[in-house]
Design a protein around this ligand. Structure first.
Ligand SMILES: Cc1cc2nc3c(=O)[nH]c(=O)nc-3n(C[C@H](O)[C@H](O)[C@H](O)COP(=O)(O)OP(=O)(O)OC[C@H]3O[C@@H](n4cnc5c(N)ncnc54)[C@H](O)[C@@H]3O)c2cc1C
Length: 421
């Protein structure tokens, strides 16, 4: 068995650490912390868990398996991390072939998954917050919902520690170090600790700069999400970090937004980008935009929601959910995607840097696969064959604009405003 150094303890890093530990490897998981890290994409109150992926059978199959495992995790962890409240994707016109919603409907039906068509007044009566005059058609995926992402990462970190994963917090990756062309070592800086706890310094080789630490291993796995193009500049040609606005709202009539009447949704998502979640236990309705976003570093000072983001949200609410239009915004956040040119994840060995594996490129849709991510990344580390790794392979040949998550909004077009205007 080998010694694996994993950098970044978001959902990619911690699930990989657990799986590799289970397979008998010595595993060190490094993150500046505190965990779940407040700036991490994985740290939020909710992430949608859906099998609706248009005509893409790979993601649909992976999501279907993940949903079964999310249910199992609820039992294993003894807490409801995943809420199976249903996910609806609706349009302002009748669905037609080629639409994300239409193709998802066909695919989910073909796979025997529970899905309802939302094209009758009777169906819409169940969801009073929605304007049935406006939204005409769509799908309700019944066996889907949302995961409490931050809580899930916290539970997974605990499990990793209990399995013997060596967690090295308050250390930050600074650089890779190769020995004879093989990446076996990472150089870390120590993060100042305001709470006065003593720091665990592991090893400081002769050539290690002051205040730096070297951690050596047989394999190095980089799972630093949107930080990847900044920490590994050679990846800038195939990764881009983009910031997406997220809003937490306090509705005046919370009873309209409970999950029975307001499941997870995508509101004409390929034309508006807007999606959201039912009222959570703290009385919050989260709404965000799965759109082009703004390119920036995860540590940029620009990483704040703009007045334009807020104005766009208010405009959307005014016509989609009039009862939410004047809801108080109690929290905002810019959450970061690690984008690839084709919208697919990137989980692969670096062909030019032996010993290095990069597992990133979430494109804003990776969290739902948490229950299967660990095994996929571990297979890449162990160079085991896994059909899905072909989709996530090292592919510098893929150019920008080669595709994206099928449920994604690409930017302004005539239909982002209210149809009837
Ligand atoms: C707004 C938004 C909404 C989303 N909604 C959904 C959804 O509904 N459904 C879904 O399936 N997915 C969704 N996603 C995608 C999901 O969040 C990601 O797929 C997932 O969280 C990516 O995890 P990660 O581990 O790659 O990155 P992260 O969670 O960002 O973790 C990266 C880790 O690297 C660490 N790190 C950074 N720098 C260093 C360093 N120098 N040294 C060591 N460690 C470092 C950080 O501290 C962090 O813990 C969404 C993402 C965003 C941004």
């Amino acid at each position: 068995m080998s010694k694996v150094v994993i950098v970044g303890a978001g959902v990619n890093g911690v699930t990989a650490a657990i799986e590799l530990k289970k397979r008998g490897h010595q595993v060190i998981l490094i993150d500046p912390g505190p965990l779940p890290h407040p700036l991490a994409a994985s740290t939020d109150i909710s992430k949608a868990v859906r099998a609706a992926y248009g005509a893409d059978n790979d993601y649909t199959e992976l999501a279907e398996r993940s949903i079964k495992l999310w249910r199992k995790w609820n039992e294993e962890f003894g807490i409801e991390l995943y809420h199976e409240v249903g996910v609806m994707f609706v349009r302002r016109r009748e669905m037609e072939p080629g639409d994300f919603e239409y193709e998802s409907f066909k695919m989910l039906q073909k796979r025997g998954l529970k899905v309802e068509r939302m094209n009758s007044a009777q169906v819409w009566r169940r969801f009073p917050a929605w304007n049935p005059e406006l939204f005409r058609d769509g799908i309700l995926e019944v066996e889907a919902g949302y995961a409490e992402s931050g809580r899930s990462v916290a539970a997974l970190i605990k499990r990793a520690k209990s399995l013997g994963v060596e967690l090295l917090e308050r250390h930050k990756f600074e650089a890779l170090d190769d020995v004879n062309g093989r990446i076996t070592t990472v150089i870390l800086s120590e993060v100042e600790e305001s709470r006065g706890e003593s720091l665990k310094v592991t090893s400081r080789g002769p050539s290690t700069p002051l205040g730096m630490t070297r951690i050596a291993g047989d394999r190095v796995v980089m799972t630093v999400g949107a930080w990847t193009p900044y920490l590994l500049p050679f990846t800038k040609k195939f990764f881009r970090a983009s910031g997406q606005p997220v809003f937490h709202l306090k509705p005046r009539q919370p009873e309209l937004f409970t999950h029975e009447r307001f499941p997870v949704f995508g509101a004409d998502i390929t034309a508006t980008g807007y999606y959201g979640f039912p009222l959570n236990r703290d009385g919050i309705v989260k709404i965000a935009n799965h759109g082009p976003g703004r390119e920036m570093s995860p540590e940029s000072s620009q990483r704040t929601v703009t007045s334009e983001d807020e104005a766009n949200l208010r405009n959307f609410l005014s016509w989609a959910f009039p009862d939410l239009a004047d809801a108080q915004i109690v929290y905002t956040r810019v959450c970061m995607y690690c984008e690839t040119h084709d919208g697919n994840f990137w989980i692969a060995q670096d062909p030019e840097r032996q010993g290095l594996v990069i597992a990133a490129g979430d494109c804003g849709h990776g969290f739902k696969f948490a229950p299967v991510l660990g095994e996929i990344i571990a297979d890449a580390v162990e160079e085991k064959s896994n059909p899905i790794l072909e989709k996530f392979r090292w592919r510098p040949e893929v150019r920008a604009g080669s595709g994206t998550d099928v449920a994604r909004f690409h930017g302004e077009n005539e239909s982002t405003t209210r149809l009837s205007e």
